[in-house]
Design a protein around this ligand. Structure first.
Ligand code: SAH
Ligand code: F3S
Length: 447
């Protein structure tokens, strides 16, 4: 059998990883992956449900993809991921062209369900929970930023009141340390990789028997051949001193912390059930700054959560000024059916949400520009990730604390190499730098 699979991924990095796990499984059943839906026998959308606009995009995309089914009715159109989990069979009722809806825990059954649709043309649904605890995937040949994603957990045990994730991805399930380390080894041995990014909705909550996240992080960093380890997302409430000390003790571990704050107002944080007050958040940050001289922070912020007053929002702006994040992912609150917050009145008018989002982004941009300018002249170690995506005669690289740097392309310098640079300028979030010399030459052979 040779079936052709086309798959599109929406949402977070964990979905990118899951897509690979799906492709692995279907490859083992004789599928090959193709680059366009027009060539495919099976079209899958791996979806996100975290905000309504993420779902609307997928709905629009289903509308576009329907024409492939019109032309070739035997094509199977499937939706997997968080939106599939949330909507189940009703997704088919809304969009008849969808003949397969498979939830986040059931990719083990995907091949069998596709076979079923192909056999009799009738739709198949499986969004049952707890099918698998975690997925494993073989490392990619050519990951975008030269960093190999490895999921270490699935799901989340917290119940932030706005968040659909605990419902679509289920409770926290850790991957066994031996399985994680096996994937890390494969990155080094099979792909000649030097860098991994450990993924989870909340990696800092990782625990498997006696091993906590700090133990796992140390073991990954100590794997022979690994030169850099990144990880996300962190939760302010369980970013322990042990994790901070582990970062400090390993030169391979990135001192970049994606630490979602969501709001600067204790009143709103309480209504979100985030499990910390602003003071606790700032305490963690303070401890990180003390132990990690090169630490950089990024964050997520929601504006317009139910009941957010002008004063609450001002408190968010104040903490942005205090924090001076490297970057902030900012969102308008979007009620998710079935979450506790969806029972509260979505009472911040749309124009107010827009205005707050605009002010927040403008402030972040202004703060970052000021900070970025102050970094010009710095000497940084940079790992080369590849060609500049805009083809301007530069190579792009990244510092261990996650700052993007462009250096002039030069004979003999390539992906994987590590160099010392001096920063000469900055444009938005990209720094320009001169190459002061090679620190480490990439010396692996990739399979
Ligand atoms: N811990 C997770 C969070 C998942 S959702 C992680 O891995 O990042 C990512 C971000 O989306 C959240 O931090 C939050 O800022 C935002 N978000 C989640 N639910 C939302 C909602 N209902 N409306 C608006 N933004 C939301
Ligand atoms: Fe969502 Fe909160 Fe977990 S944002 S993923 S419920 S930590």
């Amino acid at each position: 059998m040779n079936r052709r699979l086309y798959i599109e991924t929406y949402g977070c990095q964990m979905n990118v990883y899951d897509t690979r796990a799906i492709v692995d499984r279907l490859r083992a059943e004789g599928y090959s992956q193709v680059e366009s839906p027009a060539q495919a026998d099976v079209i899958l959308l791996n979806t996100c449900a975290v905000r309504d606009n993420a779902e609307q995009r997928v709905m629009g995309r289903i509308g576009e993809l329907m024409r492939h089914k019109k032309e070739r009715p035997e094509v199977v159109l499937g939706v997997v991921g968080c939106m599939a989990q949330r909507l189940g069979r009703s997704l088919h009722e809304k969009r008849r062209a969808v003949d397969l809806v498979v939830g986040t825990d059931r990719y083990d059954r995907l091949a069998e369900l596709i076979d079923g649709v192909m056999r009799d043309g009738s739709p198949r649904f499986d969004v049952s929970a707890d099918g698998v605890t975690t997925y494993q995937a073989t490392p990619e040949r050519d990951p975008l930023n030269n960093s190999h994603f490895i999921s270490i957990t699935r799901g989340c045990d917290y119940k932030c009141t706005f968040c659909i994730v605990p419902y679509t991805r289920g409770p926290l399930r850790p991957k066994e340390p031996a399985a994680v380390l096996g994937e890390v080894r494969a990155v080094v041995d099979v792909r000649g990789g030097v860098e991994v990014t450990l993924l989870g909705q909340n990696v800092t909550a990782y625990r498997h028997e006696d091993a906590d996240f700090a133990d796992l992080l140390a073991a990954v960093a100590e794997t022979e051949g690994i030169r850099r380890v990144r990880f996300l997302t962190n939760h302010p409430r369980d970013l322990s001193q042990k994790v901070i000390d582990t970062i400090a003790a390993h030169e391979e571990v990135s001192p970049w912390l994606h630490l979602p704050i969501q709001s600067g107002s204790d009143r709103i944080l309480r209504r979100m059930k985030r499990g910390y007050r602003l003071r606790d958040y700032l305490d963690v940050v303070e401890r990180c700054r003390r132990s990690l001289p090169e630490v950089s922070f990024s964050t997520d912020v929601i504006v317009g959560f139910p009941g957010e007053s002008d004063e609450d929002f001002e408190e968010t702006l104040t903490v942005m000024r205090q924090m001076r994040y490297d970057s902030a992912f900012t969102f308008k609150y979007s009620p998710r059916p079935g979450t506790p917050a969806a029972r509260l009145a979505d009472d911040v008018p749309e124009e107010k949400k827009n205005e707050r989002l605009y002010r927040l982004n403008a402030l972040q941009e202004e703060l970052w520009e000021e900070k970025a300018r102050s970094l010009v002249g710095s000497r940084w170690e940079v790992a080369i990730e590849g060609e500049d995506l805009k083809g301007r005669g530069y190579l792009r690289g990244r510092t261990l604390n996650n700052r993007k740097v462009l250096v002039p392309a030069r004979e003999g310098l390539s992906r994987g190499d590590e160099i010392l640079v001096r920063v000469t300028g900055v444009q938005a979030t990209t720094f320009f730098a001169e190459n002061l010399g090679l620190l480490w030459k990439y010396d692996r052979v990739a399979a």
